[in-house]
Write a protein that binds this ligand. Structure first.
Ligand SMILES: NC(=O)c1ccc[n+]([C@@H]2O[C@H](COP(=O)([O-])OP(=O)(O)OC[C@H]3O[C@@H](n4cnc5c(N)ncnc54)[C@H](OP(=O)(O)O)[C@@H]3O)[C@@H](O)[C@H]2O)c1
Length: 237
């Protein structure tokens, strides 16, 4: 079995699930993770039972802030599939904030946002890069256009700036290893994460973002797509 293996965090819905569907159709074997088991296993059943990829999908509930669970997953993926070729560090959370205290989530809820969006992709990278180095593989990190421009009062935006820096730090360390690193920066995308204040804004479909991911994955080994900015037409951020 030589079909490439792609691990996706935050795979159970939204952008991660859209990437999983397209990657399965493109012939990838998949390792899918999120915290809640129900939606994850439903997606695995859908992809495993559709005749496209029977037996090619491993689904395991993992919190990306849990180092032990992440390393256990990577070991299981290599044991089950024999290799790991690509990783999409995609799990993320979004809450509205105000540093002046003018509304938004209370500070008690900020910890999970920072841990999921910053520690999560950092630990995912650390857990998977040794395996990716063995295959001269590909690490993709889901940042955001909010990690390129200023969003007033937004801690979420600051976490995505951190993902931008993380991608650059990882890329620099991976020089000479054959590992490719791609920073994915979607604009507003029609998933459950859209805040009520942006419901009427132009947005992408999760499938639009998934197409960009598949574009980066399809490139030959000497082509490193460093950044992918995908935004609704007419939007700056
Ligand atoms: N939607 C947008 O407009 C937009 C724009 C730019 C960038 N992004 C980024 O794209 C990524 C995906 O966003 P989305 O809109 O598709 O979000 P979504 O629909 O809310 O899905 C988030 C996924 O991440 C998982 N997740 C959340 N916290 C987790 C944790 N601690 N550990 C493991 N899995 C976790 C969720 O499952 P569980 O809850 O079961 O864990 C779910 O599978 C995020 O990084 C987000 O910041 C989104």
């Amino acid at each position: 079995m030589t079909d490439p293996v792609l691990l996706i965090t935050g795979a159970s819905r939204g952008i991660g699930a859209a990437v999983a569907r397209r990657a399965a159709a493109a012939g990838y074997r998949l390792a899918l993770t999120a915290r809640a088991a129900g939606p994850l296993h439903a997606l695995a059943d859908e992809l495993g039972d559709d005749g496209v990829s029977p037996g090619h999908v491993l689904a395991r509930p993992v919190d990306v802030t849990d180092w032990t669970a992440l390393t256990g997953l990577v070991a299981e993926v290599e044991e089950r599939f024999g290799r790991l070729d690509a990783v999409l560090a995609n799990a993320g959370a979004s809450v509205l904030t105000s540093f002046l205290g003018d509304g938004g989530a209370p500070p008690e809820e900020w910890r999970d946002l920072v841990l999921t969006n910053v520690l999560g992709p950092a630990l995912t990278a650390r857990a998977t890069l040794p395996a990716l180095r063995r295959t001269r593989g590909h690490l993709l990190l889901t940042g955001s256009t909010a990690g390129r421009g200023v969003r007033s009062g937004s801690l979420y935006s600051a976490t995505k700036w951190a993902v931008t820096g993380l991608a650059q730090a990882i890329h620099a360390e991976c020089a000479g290893t054959g590992v490719r690193v791609t920073l994915l920066q979607p604009g507003l995308t029609d998933t459950g994460s859209i805040p009520p204040s942006r419901r009427d804004d132009p947005r992408l479909d999760p499938g639009d973002v998934a197409e960009a991911v598949l574009y980066a994955l399809r490139q030959p080994p000497h082509v490193d797509v460093a950044e992918l900015v995908v935004r609704p037409i007419g939007r700056q951020l």
